[in-house]
Design a protein around this ligand. Structure first.
Ligand SMILES: [Zn+2]
Length: 297
């Protein structure tokens, strides 16, 4: 049995988990005192072991299967680069493709609501599945890259804390993501970023490092810098999709109504919308954008 193959699959599967733990710890350390416990509680209530295990197992299998192909013996540079590119494409799209399937299979955890689904699909002239997440999560999100797997997920507490019209505004934002194919674009952008970084590393940085005889520290640092750079570029596009989904929702339910729902969502979540994250602009940036991008009717 090839021990290196196991090591490779193990490290590459563990890497995203490691990044997740580090960013979680950084988030807790940087947050205010009373928020520290909150962010821990939030993490505990939103973390799902079943999803985590299924996605990790799929990732491990993919890494394990690709290891012999990625070994560079007797291959031209073009051949090995093409294999690496194919590997990156599969690696990036694995989660976005697999997650909606998991949601559809776990019907107890992600409960369907046919009345709401029918109403949304008729009113917004769209074809999307709606699932209610049975856990303490005051949030909504859209998932599904492939057409048949487009799902809008709504945290169960939203139904208690928001009126029917307010809920419609929240759903309209997610429909905006679905209708504008944001998930597909973001997955393609991520693939492009990763391939560009791979080529940059392989053909420019590694030759420079070996030209100057630099050691593994430089290799590690250069990978780290590329990783941060890639994340920044991706975040830029992710925030753009948020503005676009806001515009769609504001046009669907009215600018003032939508802005009020965003403010209420911020209130209910204890000011969560006010802080800038990698995925979302701040509440004020979003409100300003709605104000300038839509004319009064
Ligand atoms: Zn969004």
């Amino acid at each position: 049995m090839d021990i290196n193959r196991f090591k490779f699959a193990f490290i590459l599967t563990g890497l995203p988990v490691f990044v997740m733990i580090v960013s979680f710890i950084a988030g807790v350390v940087l947050s205010k005192k009373q928020q520290k416990l909150d962010s821990f509680k939030q993490f505990k209530s939103s973390f799902d072991w079943v999803n985590f295990s299924l996605l990790s197992a799929a990732l491990f299998i993919l890494n394990f299967a690709f290891f012999p192909l990625l070994q560079a013996s007797e291959k031209s540079e073009i051949e090995s680069t093409s294999i690496a590119v194919a590997f990156v494409i599969l690696l990036v799209s694995l989660g976005p493709i697999l997650f909606p399937l998991i949601v559809l299979l776990r019907s107890k955890k992600y409960e369907s609501n046919h009345d709401l689904e029918r109403m949304v699909n008729v009113e917004m002239n769209t074809d999307v599945k709606i699932r209610i997440i049975n856990q303490n999560l005051v949030n909504a999100f859209a998932t599904g890259v492939l057409p048949f797997s487009k799902i809008i997920l709504l945290g169960a507490p939203l139904f208690k804390q928001f009126t029917k019209d307010e809920l419609k505004a929240i759903i309209a934002h997610e429909i905006g993501h679905t209708r504008k194919h944001h998930l597909l674009y973001l997955t393609l952008i991520m693939i492009l970023i990763q391939i560009s970084l791979l080529i940059l590393h392989q053909f420019f940085i590694l030759p420079l490092i070996s030209l100057y005889g630099l050691g593994w520290v430089y290799k590690g640092v250069s990978i780290g810098i590329l990783f941060v750079l890639g994340n920044e570029v991706f975040s830029y596009f992710q925030r753009k999709t948020e503005y676009s989904a806001d515009k769609f929702a504001a046009e669907a339910v009215g600018k003032t109504n939508y802005a009020n729902v965003l403010r209420k969502l911020d209130e209910v979540t204890g000011g969560k919308l006010q802080s800038k994250t990698a995925t979302h602009p701040t509440l004020n940036e979003r409100l300003n954008h709605i104000e300038i991008s839509i004319k009064d009717v």
